[in-house]
Design a binder for this molecule. Structure first.
Ligand code: ASP
Length: 453
């Protein structure tokens, strides 16, 4: 049995939905189909989820939301027309959405989640109707009916463990199940969404729940590329990578597959196959537990912007009991999460995502570190990029770090920080944002183009 998930661009128009139908109908093992809301049809287009957020926010601030409402409905209408299915469904979607928008706004975050989730929910109903129209025995199943329960965290819900047993029962259902992605229900019956792009998470939870043999994740690229294609022309495609490698790459910007989505599939040992709706016969990329190491130490290079670092130095820091705890406590007091903490004898650097660090908080944090921890020096550096060089093969290869740093040095890139050691499958470099492209190109050249040493 396979769980198949289709992303927004695969479901953005009637033409795309026809491809989806053929993919589902061509393999009788594709029993559970998880769908996103309609995504972008072209690069400047807007996702239905973004339109829904816009619409809900306008309602919350009592602005005129009708143009956005009409834009949302126009998306469903054009799909229904293209597929020549009964237009009754449009009226149902319109009434449901209208009711939702006029609903209880006393908890704005819950209101927003309910409106956001309707994008997938309505699309799943529409797609089930289309599949039936084409003669498939397909049915919409709601996350409520299936018992997909999540924590009460709007916009960032986490699956509750009991859901898996509930979802296992879906195996008994006849025909094809069309299941909306991106949301579940709290125990008290409220709709809650996962983080953005969370339909991948739903697919993975379902794959775990029904104990699928494979989780196929259909998107709009032939494979996961070894490096961002906007930096390197036609980069090498990755055929197979491990969950750990994928986790590290998606952490630093590989957005093909949601990083939270790996966990449920990984726990149940279900392989994931990322495939292209527009080219379904291409083998895609498989994410597995173990792979053969035949292609050198590095499988992929990822980079992500928007980091900053706090460098702290204090003579004899290594002998001071509780220094690290007190430092991190200061960050906690301002609700800051940190990403990495590379350290030396008398110094430590904390790396954070910059968006959470306002000028005001920055000054306060700096001040407290100087006064409360009596640091000798505190330096904050902004606009950093983290580059992750990832590969399980690194464990068995000597000299990978040396090759990477030499490649960066030859390209004239100044390394602000190196972190290697805690993770066995990656090394991390921080460089200035302006040097990102040059650095990534140099590393790609070293590990994928030049003859391996
Ligand atoms: N439609 C949602 C989003 O745009 C979820 C998804 O597509 O996976 O974030």
């Amino acid at each position: 049995m396979k769980v198949v998930k289709f992303g927004g661009s695969s479901l953005a128009s009637g033409e795309q939905l026809k491809k989806v139908f053929h993919i589902v109908a061509s393999d009788s093992e594709r029993k559970v189909v998880v769908v996103s809301a309609p995504g972008k049809r072209f690069s400047d287009d807007r996702k239905v989820t973004d339109l829904l957020i816009d619409c809900a926010e306008k309602h919350l601030s009592n602005e005129d939301a009708s143009p956005t409402f009409n834009a949302i409905m126009a998306r469903y209408e054009s799909i229904v027309k293209e597929l020549s299915i009964s237009e009754d469904i449009i009226e149902r979607i319109s009434n449901d959405l209208q009711e939702l928008l006029n609903g209880d706004k006393s908890k704005p975050e819950s209101y927003l989640d309910a409106v956001k989730a309707s994008g997938e929910d309505n699309h799943a109903k529409l797609i089930a109707a289309y599949f039936q129209h084409e003669g498939l025995n397909a049915h919409y199943v709601s996350p409520k009916e299936a018992g997909l329960f999540v924590s009460d965290e709007p916009g960032n819900a986490q699956v509750l463990p009991e859901s898996y047993d509930n979802l296992f029962k879906l195996r008994e259902k006849e025909g094809i199940i069309v299941f909306p992605g991106f949301f579940g229900y709290s125990k008290s019956g409220e709709v809650l969404t996962f983080s953005r792009s969370g339909s991948d998470i739903t697919g993975s939870i379902l794959a775990n729940g029904v104990k699928a043999d494979l989780y196929e994740n259909f998107t709009d690229v032939d494979a996961v590329y070894s490096v961002n294609p906007t930096f390197v022309q036609s980069p090498k495609e990755i055929r197979e990578l491990t969950y750990r490698e994928m986790r590290e790459l998606s952490y630093a910007g590989f957005s093909v597959f949601h990083d939270e989505a790996l966990i449920p599939a990984f726990r149940a040992g279900i392989p994931v196959n990322v495939k292209n709706t527009n080219n379904p016969t291409a083998p895609g990329t498989k994410i597995v537990n173990n792979r053969a190491h035949t292609n050198g130490p590095v499988i992929g290079i990822a980079s992500d912007k928007g980091f900053c670092s706090i460098y702290i130095s204090k003579y004899l820091m290594n002998r001071e009991i509780g220094f690290g705890r007190r430092l991190l406590q200061i960050l906690e007091d301002y609700g800051l999460t940190y990403e990495h903490v590379p350290s030396g004898i008398d110094d430590v650097t904390v790396i954070l995502r910059q968006y959470q660090f306002t000028d005001e908080v920055k000054e306060k944090v700096k001040d407290r570190i100087l006064t409360e921890l009596q640091a000798d020096e505190v330096l904050i550096e902004e606009n950093l990029v983290l580059i992750m060089v990832v590969g399980e093969g690194m464990r068995h290869n000597v000299g990978t770090t040396a090759r990477a740093s030499k490649a960066l040095a030859n390209a004239g890139v100044n390394i602000e920080m190196i972190n290697q050691g805690s993770s066995e499958v990656s090394m991390m470099f921080a460089v200035k944002e302006l040097e990102e492209k040059r650095a990534v190109q140099a590393l790609y050249q070293e590990f994928f183009v030049s003859v391996p040493v």
